[in-house]
Design a protein around this ligand. Structure first.
Ligand code: HPA
Ligand code: ZN
Length: 319
């Protein structure tokens, strides 16, 4: 039995497995620039975040209808259930779909249709977090927030993803202020490839409640001290860090040092189809590579519920 856990850093578009991509391509009459699933998998050799994002956005061309988004979410939930996931806070990237003529209604409608029955079918409670693409303008993010207003009963929070370096959090100050006025929770990717100053800025300017990644915090003791003092959760994604070359090998991941420093660490899969494992696989991989004992794994699992946006009593029931 895998440890019960919550997954807090998971891009639904990053769960698109090559087999489903080809199935959806056939269904929608989309031609992929790969002859087979094997050829597509062979393209998963990334040199940095941008090289991954180019493929990730490209492959989204197969996602067109509400049914496609429902099928994508169903496939993730089935996998996640096998990996011990009891609660998932799921990112989606509406701007990447709206730019292709796929409406907010199609995206949110399809995802939320699958999520609505997730508890009965898979024993997984879910929340949706809408991400803004930080390499697009603040105006575009604000328009996206406006487009989401009719669906806010199905969206719990906002996040910030895509190419980090050169796109500091402060660019999105007004958007996050507006999200706060609308009652949305706030998270942001920071310190994946970007400097530790971006982590501080996400906290001070965007008022986020969690930092997605936060890996580069370790470069600045003052940032670590702040994160420890305020017990700001970090949603680390160790397999992603290796695949996107933020670190060379998993054995060199600073997770152990981060936990020892008192940081509130969680372990997540990010884009499991592309990075070689779902969240249970990720727990297993860090256990092996870093020699974590069972107590450390239990701490990580406990942290995942503690860092989640579940209400306290729901949180207790999930465990
Ligand atoms: N980092 C930033 N943006 C992303 C990622 C990531 O790992 N995955 C999907 N969008
Ligand atoms: Zn991410």
């Amino acid at each position: 039995m895998p440890l019960p856990k919550a997954e807090l850093h998971l891009h639904i578009e990053g769960t698109l497995e090559p087999e489903l991509a080809f199935e959806l391509a056939a269904r929608n009459g989309v031609t992929l620039p790969y002859a087979s699933t094997e050829e597509l998998r062979r393209a998963y050799l990334f040199t940095d975040l941008q090289s991954f994002l180019d493929l990730y956005y490209g492959l989204m061309a197969v996602l067109r209808t509400e049914q496609d988004f429902a099928d994508l979410a169903d496939a993730y939930l089935a996998r996640a259930a096998e990996q011990g996931v009891r609660h998932a806070e799921i990112f989606f990237d509406p701007q990447a779909h709206m730019a292709r003529g796929v409406s907010m209604e199609t995206v949110v409608g399809g995802l939320s249709r699958a999520l609505a029955t997730s508890e009965e079918r898979f024993g997984i409670s879910t929340l949706l977090i809408m991400c803004f693409l930080r390499d697009q303008s603040a105006e575009s993010a604000m328009e996206t927030l406006k487009a989401a207003e009719p669906y806010l009963n199905r969206i719990t929070g906002v996040g910030l993803d895509s190419a980090e370096v050169g796109h500091p959090p402060a660019k999105f100050r007004e958007v996050y202020e507006e999200a706060g006025r609308l009652g949305l929770r706030k998270v942001a990717h920071a310190g994946e490839e970007g400097p530790p100053a971006y982590i501080t800025e996400a906290l001070d300017v965007l008022k986020v409640e969690r930092i997605d990644h936060g890996l580069t915090a370790m470069q600045d003791p003052a940032v670590v001290e702040r994160l420890v003092r305020d017990q700001v959760p970090l949603t680390l994604c160790p397999l992603s860090n290796v695949r996107l070359r933020a670190i060379d090998i998993l054995e060199e991941h600073p997770l152990r040092e981060m936990m020892a420093a008192g940081l509130l660490c969680t372990v997540n899969s990010d884009d499991p189809s592309y990075f070689g494992g779902y969240v249970g696989d990720t727990f297993h991989a860090v256990q092996e590579a870093l020699g974590l004992d069972h107590e450390a794994l239990r701490t990580l699992a406990r942290n995942s519920f503690r860092a989640s946006f579940l209400e306290d009593d729901e949180e207790r029931r999930a465990r």
